[in-house]
Design a protein around this ligand. Structure first.
Ligand code: IPM
Ligand code: MG
Length: 364
């Protein structure tokens, strides 16, 4: 008997809603044409959840999605909820899923699709055939460190503070994921830190070095984050796998996305490994909810669709579907169809849903 795949889809806010419609089209196609047994459950997160349930992620939702085989998330946030207390904002919903499910390893590939080579702001020869992977630690560091807050010192003077903290164990487990991944690629790993200034990342560097002894075939290098940002735009092909902290990974992955032409092209996978060796995972585009273009059919659904591909590769060990989806994206781009963010002269501009239809045509 076929195994039923339980998938939770959390569209969230802004363009998250539109790109989720396209994700559903692709999933429905897979059910019909590949005969997969998928149970798809839609759930609320972010602002959408605040409006209906009064919280960015309810415990009931968390409980249900944690029992599914994989989670797909659109995007969260928007001006409507920006004035809320910090703990009640849409982003807290996303961060709660990451933390509660312990999704500590975030994979953010930056791959240049040949047809988009002219959409990048960088020269074609700098980015041609670019294929790098940023592995971002996702459940530690300054995003979650305690103490944190804003407190009043005196009239008209407050103190805002966060804590950048990493333990050996937290670094060790992301290091292992990074070294294991490097072993499956070109065996080059660059660890990005700020060890010249921040003790927590000095520890990060030491643990990386210590772990490297277990992986004699992987060439480990280190780079300070400021230099890494510069090198990413100067000569991105010097990198293969990059491993870094939560906040540095957030920043560097946006930077890397622009090498590929658009933030609208980058999928991601966030993976946790439980004590019993099971994996939990969430798939989401790297981009945000883009409230400025939401509801206008301008959003690029490709990062979302590519995230579905990653789900099949990482959660369901189905490399074939991963390849089929990537191929469909590549061909649609080759045929000249572009959403506005990746448009260039001579190409055909399409809306969000039109782009989804083109992918389906190609899949067919
Ligand atoms: C990302 C986003 C999130 C982050 C936000 C929405 C909380 O920027 O996934 O990169 O900072 O991690
Ligand atoms: Mg980000």
């Amino acid at each position: 008997m076929k195994k039923k795949l339980k998938i939770s889809l959390l569209p969230g806010d802004g363009i998250g809603q539109e790109i989720s419609i396209e994700a559903k089209k692709v999933l429905t196609w897979l059910v019909k044409k590949i005969d997969l047994d998928i149970e798809l459950n839609e759930e609320l997160v972010g602002g959408a959840s605040i409006d209906t349930l009064g919280t960015p992620l309810s415990n009931e939702t968390l409980d249900r999605i944690s029992k599914s085989d994989a989670i797909i998330l659109g995007a969260v946030g928007g001006p409507k909820w920006e004035s809320l207390d910090f703990e009640k904002r849409p982003e807290r919903g996303l961060l709660k899923i990451r933390k509660e499910l312990d999704l500590f390893a975030n994979f953010r590939p930056a791959i240049v699709f040949e047809p988009l080579i002219n959409s990048s702001s960088l020269k074609p020869e700098i980015i041609k055939d670019l294929d790098i992977l940023i592995i971002r630690e996702l459940t530690g560091g300054i995003y979650f460190g305690q103490p944190r807050g804003i407190e009043k010192i005196e009239e008209d003077n407050h103190r805002g503070f966060n804590t950048l903290v990493y333990t050996t164990k937290e670094i060790k487990r992301i290091a292992k994921v990074a070294f294991d991944t490097a072993m499956t690629r070109s065996r080059k790993l660059c660890s990005v830190d700020k060890a010249n200034v921040l003790e927590s990342t000095e520890l990060w560097r030491n643990v990386m070095i210590e772990t490297s002894r277990e992986y004699p075939d992987v060439e480990l290098s280190h780079m300070y984050v400021d230099n890494a940002a510069m090198q990413l735009v100067r000569d991105p092909k010097q990198f293969d796998v990059i491993v870094t902290t939560n906040m540095f990974g957030d920043i560097l992955s946006d930077c890397a996305s622009m090498l590929t032409g658009s933030l609208g092209m980058l999928p991601s996978a966030s993976i946790g490994i439980t004590n019993t060796g099971d994996t939990k995972a969430m798939y989401e585009p790297v981009h945000g909810s883009a409230p400025d273009i939401a509801g206008k059919g301008l959003a690029n659904p490709l990062a979302m669709i590519l995230s579905i591909g990653m789900m099949f590769k990482y959660s369901f060990a189905n490399e074939a579907i991963f390849e089929i989806i990537n191929k469909a994206v590549e061909t649609v781009l080759k045929k000249g169809f572009r959403t506005k963010d990746i448009f260039s002269n001579g190409k055909t501009i399409v809306s969000t849903s039109h782009m989804g239809d083109k992918i389906l045509e190609e899949l067919n």
